[in-house]
Design a protein around this ligand. Structure first.
Ligand SMILES: Nc1ncnc2c1ncn2[C@@H]1O[C@H](COP(=O)(O)OP(=O)(O)OP(=O)(O)O)[C@@H](O)[C@H]1O
Ligand SMILES: [Mg+2]
Length: 275
C-alpha cells in the first residue's frame, strides 16, 4: 500500500514537472501561431483593399479611354460626315480624298475597339489556343511599345483546358506589362515549354531588376500572378536583383501528371492507414 502511494506521488510529481516544462512552451507556440494568423489576416485585408482600389483605377482608365479617345474620334467622324453631306463637293478627286480620310478614321476606331475588347478579354485565346494567342500578344506589345519580344514554343501542343490557359495568358500579359513599365529593358523573351510532366512558362528581361520583398508592397500585379499560378495547381518563382534583370517562371503540371500525382497520394494514404 505504502509503495503504491509512493509511486503515485512520484508519477504526480513527474506530471507536474512535465506540465511546468511543456505548458509555457506550448503557450508560446499557440501565441506565435495566433500572432502569425493575425498578421496573415491583416495582410489579406490590406490586399483586398489594394485589389478594390486597382479595380476602380482600371475602370477609370477604361472609362477615360472610351470617353477621351473613342467618343472624341466618333464625334469628329460625325462632323466630317455631316460636312461631306452638306458641302456637296462635285470635284470627284477631292470627294475621293475626303472619303479615304473617313475610311482611315473608321479603321482607326475599329482597331481601338479591338484593342480595348482584347484587353478586357482575349477573344483569340479560345479559337486559336494559348501558343498562338501568346505569340500574337508578344507581337502586339512589341509593336505598341517598341521593344523586342521573342516568343518561343518548345515541345508538344498545350493540353491544359481553357480556364488554365486564360490564367497563363493573364500571367504573361502582366509580366510583359511589368517589363514595359518597370524594367527599361529593350528586349524580353517569353517561352512556353510543354513537357510530359509539366508546362513551363518563362518571362525574362535584362532590365533593372528589383528587390522582391520591397515589390510585394507596391502593386497587385505580382500577387495576382502568383495567385493565378496557385489556382491552376502550379507555382511561380522569381529570380531578380537590382541591375540583374528579371526571370519569372511558372510551372503547371500537365493533366496526366496531376492525376498521376493524385493517385500516388491516394495509394500512400491507403498504405499508411493499413500499417
Ligand atoms: N520586370 C520587372 N523589372 C523591374 N521591376 C519590376 C519588374 N516586375 C515588377 N517589378 C517591380 O515590382 C513592383 C511590383 O510589381 P507589380 O506588378 O506587383 O505592381 P505594379 O506593376 O507596380 O502595379 P500594378 O498593380 O499596376 O501591376 C513594381 O512596382 C516594380 O518595382
Ligand atoms: Mg504590374
Amino acid at each position: 500500500m505504502l509503495i503504491s502511494i509512493g509511486s503515485m506521488a512520484v508519477s504526480f510529481a513527474a506530471l507536474v514537472v512535465v506540465l511546468l516544462v511543456y505548458l509555457p512552451s506550448a503557450r508560446r507556440r499557440v501565441a506565435a501561431a495566433e500572432r502569425a494568423l493575425r498578421e496573415r489576416d491583416a495582410e489579406n485585408q490590406a490586399l483586398a483593399g489594394r485589389l478594390i482600389v486597382a479595380q476602380e483605377a482600371e475602370r477609370r482608365r477604361i472609362a477615360r479611354d472610351l470617353h477621351d479617345d473613342l467618343s472624341q474620334k466618333l464625334a469628329l467622324l460625325n462632323v466630317e460626315i455631316d460636312l461631306l453631306a452638306t458641302q456637296g463637293i462635285v470635284d470627284w478627286h477631292r470627294r475621293e480624298q475626303r472619303f479615304r480620310r473617313l475610311s482611315r478614321a473608321v479603321a482607326e476606331i475599329t482597331s481601338d475597339v479591338h484593342d480595348l475588347s482584347h484587353e478586357l478579354h482575349p477573344s483569340k485565346l479560345r479559337p486559336l489556343g494559348l501558343v498562338t494567342a501568346l505569340d500574337a500578344l508578344c507581337r502586339d506589345l512589341s509593336c505598341k511599345y517598341g521593344i523586342i519580344i521573342d516568343f518561343h514554343h518548345i515541345g508538344g501542343p498545350v493540353t491544359h483546358d481553357a480556364d488554365v490557359c486564360l490564367h497563363l495568358y493573364r500571367i504573361v500579359q502582366e509580366g510583359l506589362h511589368n517589363v514595359v513599365k518597370h524594367s527599361s529593358a529593350t528586349h524580353a523573351i517569353v517561352e512556353v515549354e510543354v513537357g510530359s510532366a509539366a508546362l513551363d512558362l518563362r518571362i525574362a528581361d535584362q532590365g533593372r531588376g528589383f528587390v522582391p520583398t520591397a515589390a510585394a508592397r507596391e502593386g497587385i500585379g505580382l500577387v495576382s500572378m502568383r495567385e493565378r499560378a496557385r489556382i491552376v495547381g502550379g507555382q511561380m518563382i522569381i529570380h531578380t536583383k537590382p541591375a540583374g534583370g528579371t526571370r519569372l517562371g511558372v510551372r503547371v503540371p500537365t493533366v496526366a501528371e496531376r492525376s498521376r500525382e493524385q493517385s500516388a497520394r491516394v495509394v500512400s494514404i491507403r498504405s499508411a492507414m493499413h500499417t
